[in-house]
Write a protein that binds this ligand. Structure first.
Ligand code: COA
Length: 161
């Protein structure tokens, strides 16, 4: 069996930065499972089903990617999927503290689960799901920063032209 990584997040919505990271992940892993945390602490704009659909469409031409969602602890999901590692992206030094804390907590919860960090492509380091939503909410053009399907869904959801 090949190497498997779980790339967890809220993906509300998925951005080109996430796509970039998954592409990089596929150079190291045979399969990347992009998994939405169902019990996230954020107040999401899109439902889980809407986010799954956007992920599915965004990754449908990328072999080796599987889209899923999970409830409960990430480390338990990683074991359930028989994955080898958690994949996370770093955009800037400011991401490091939070990511480091989360990786150590996950290791404390299950010492066999490793976290692999990859550096996001430079083009995408300023992007986050929140900043995309903020720009789109006020009619900003986010084409080229998110997959086309996300552009459409944002307009629909926010009722902007
Ligand atoms: N490109 C663009 N944006 C990126 C990015 C990249 N490469 N990498 C991260 N981001 C953005 C995300 O869009 C997100 O933006 P937002 O805050 O505006 O929504 C932000 O950076 C980071 O969020 P995300 O990657 O979605 O992670 P998260 O912090 O929301 O999710 C979980 C954290 C889901 C992985 C974590 O809460 C979890 O594992 N939950 C399950 C329960 C559990 O096991 N908890 C214990 C863990 S210690």
């Amino acid at each position: 069996m090949g190497k498997i990584a779980v790339y967890p997040g809220s993906f509300d919505p998925v951005t080109n930065g996430h796509l970039d990271l998954v592409r990089r992940g596929l150079r190291l892993f045979d399969k990347v499972i992009v998994a939405i945390a169902r019990n996230g602490t954020k107040d999401p704009l899109f439902t889980i089903e809407e986010r799954l659909e956007m992920l599915q469409q965004s990754f449908n031409e990328m072999p080796g990617v599987q889209v899923d969602s999970f409830e409960g602890l990430l480390v338990d999901y990683v074991v359930k999927r028989q994955a080898d590692a958690i994949l996370r992206g770093l955009r800037a030094v400011s991401d490091f503290e939070y990511e480091f804390q989360m990786a150590l907590m996950n290791r404390k919860l299950n010492k066999n689960v490793q976290t692999v960090f990859l550096v996001t492509g430079l083009r995408w380091i300023f992007i986050s799901s929140s900043i995309i939503k903020e720009a789109a909410r006020f009619g900003g053009d986010v084409r080229g920063m998110v997959p086309d399907i996300v552009c459409e869904k944002l307009k629909e959801k926010l009722g902007v032209p």
